[in-house]
Design a protein. Structure first.
Length: 305
């Protein structure tokens, strides 16, 4: 299991950001860094790699607009999950879609915010689904807000989109790595439900060398205060500095589960980094940056079993 952190690759720049450039993932999607939240930037893989530049984004800046003032009716129906855009065109032409009580058969018809859209007599509400992947730095808690005033992960993605998004699962304050945010409740439920619990891979560094028999024990299963738990895989990290570095693959989403498993065996976890969540990896996503998922990535997540 190779859980080594991936350095930044060559990225494309976006010339529409004003001063500076936004780093890009290989998919061409913007990778945005919050400059008012300090975070250590991961080094480039080699001298030829282009660095990820910090965009000129401040807390008072307007949020990027993903919702147009007007939107095509077929896109609206597609965003609502009624059907594909091509199928929506067919529905519109057959006269089963109304806007503000009027039958619309015109292809390319645009609706405005506040228009009432109905399909076959039922009102359609279409909030665009958003999927944001963050490489979480240390020092942030996974919650929507904190009464104690501690830094939350929401401060790192507050300008990702206009829609209200939520973290899927959690990472504790000192754990780094992948954290997904979305407003797609069905997908979030699927990824966190015990039956469909998504695979997670962690890079673990302990306070002392891990005995090989303990790796076998992790896979056989150990008893914790809230039940028995076992890892799918547990092995030394390839090219790791010592046997203190372990890669562990697990499905459970229980609170602090990886730390508790190692503590049960007599180890203290000094560093914990989630390097994979379901089919998503940290490739080309530096610490403290986020990006929007591609349509293909979303499709793969929805196919997760």
């Amino acid at each position: 299991m190779n859980t080594r952190k991936t350095g930044t690759g060559k990225g494309r720049t976006n010339n529409n950001t004003g001063r500076g450039s936004k780093p890009s993932s290989r998919t061409g999607k913007p990778v945005v860094k919050r400059t008012n939240i300090p975070a250590k930037q991961e080094p480039a893989a080699d001298a030829s790699s282009k660095p990820h530049f910090k965009p000129k984004v401040r807390k008072g800046d307007p949020l990027p607009s993903f919702n147009e003032d007007e939107i095509r009716l077929n896109k609206y129906l597609s965003n609502a999950g009624v059907c594909s855009r091509r199928e929506a065109d067919v529905l519109i032409q057959t006269g089963v879609v109304t806007v503000n009580g009027e039958i619309i058969t015109e292809l390319g018809y645009k609706i405005k915010k506040g228009d009432k859209v109905q399909y076959d007599g039922e009102t359609i509400n279409a909030e665009t689904k958003r999927y944001v992947l963050l490489n979480k730095p240390k020092g942030f808690i996974t919650t929507m807000d904190d009464p104690l005033g501690r830094k939350t992960v929401m401060r790192l993605v507050f300008n990702a989109c206009k829609e209200r998004i939520y973290p899927v699962g959690r990472l504790d304050r000192e754990t780094t790595g992948l954290l997904l945010f979305t407003n797609d409740g069905d997908l979030a439920k699927k990824l966190t439900h015990p039956r469909y619990e998504a695979t997670k891979i962690y890079h673990v560094e302990t306070d002392k060398p891990v005995q090989s028999e303990h790796l076998e024990l992790l896979m056989r299963g150990i008893d914790l205060e809230d039940g028995r738990i076992q890892a799918d895989k547990a092995e030394y990290v390839k090219d790791g500095k010592s046997s203190r570095e372990v890669g562990i693959e697990i499905h459970s989403g229980k609170n602090r589960i990886v730390r508790r498993m190692f503590e049960k065996l007599g180890y203290e976890v000094v560093k914990l980094d989630r390097v994979q969540f379901a089919s998503l990896t940290k490739k080309d996503l530096p610490r403290g940056y986020y990006r929007h998922l591609t349509e293909q990535e979303v499709h793969f997540l929805k196919m997760t079993k």
